[in-house]
Design a protein around this ligand. Structure first.
Ligand code: RTP
Ligand code: MG
Length: 138
């Protein structure tokens, strides 16, 4: 199967807790290849665009505040079925329900501070990779 790319964020809680290496290590051990990486603090407008699908949700303000609260690590990883593979490694959104062995299942307790983001579809991945790494070459 041809390689697919996805955007992963190690959110500000992951950076402040020193879990960047752990997340990257799990992605690499799964067989995914790193093709871009950057430590940065998001502008509010970038965060609102990234999470635009949630603009009408009651938690949107908190979500944007949290994701802009400090540096995060943006990654693009590549591999066969990278989108689904990464979502599986992350575990479900609520970390208390995420299975042990997944990143959220092993390291998080609060839904608003669930350590990682991964694109949820090929369309989201294309949009998000372009938002974070415009002009990234194949
Ligand atoms: P993400 O986009 O960050 O990878 O997370 P996800 O796909 O697993 O979950 P999504 O539904 O896209 O929600 C985005 C982020 O919003 C926060 N959230 N809070 N308070 C709540 O009920 C609630 N629901 C979602 C989470 O931090 C989630 O990662
Ligand atoms: Mg999502």
């Amino acid at each position: 199967m041809s390689a697919e790319r996805t955007l992963v964020l190690v959110k500000p809680d992951g950076v402040s807790r020193g879990l960047v290496g752990e997340v990257i290590s799990r992605l690499e051990r799964k067989g995914l290849t790193l093709v871009a990486a950057e430590l940065r603090t998001l502008e509010k407008a970038t965060a609102e665009t990234h999470y635009g699908e949630h603009a009408s949700k009651p938690f949107f303000g908190e979500l944007v505040e949290f994701i802009t609260s400090g540096p995060l690590v943006a990654l693009v990883v590549e591999g066969p079925r990278a989108i689904e593979g990464t979502r599986g490694l992350m575990g479900v959104t609520d970390p208390v329900k995420a299975v042990p062995g997944s990143i959220r299942g092993d390291y998080a307790l609060e839904i608003g501070q669930n350590l990682v983001h991964g694109s949820d579809s090929p369309e989201s991945a294309a949009r998000e990779i372009d938002l974070f790494f415009p002009g990234l070459k194949g």
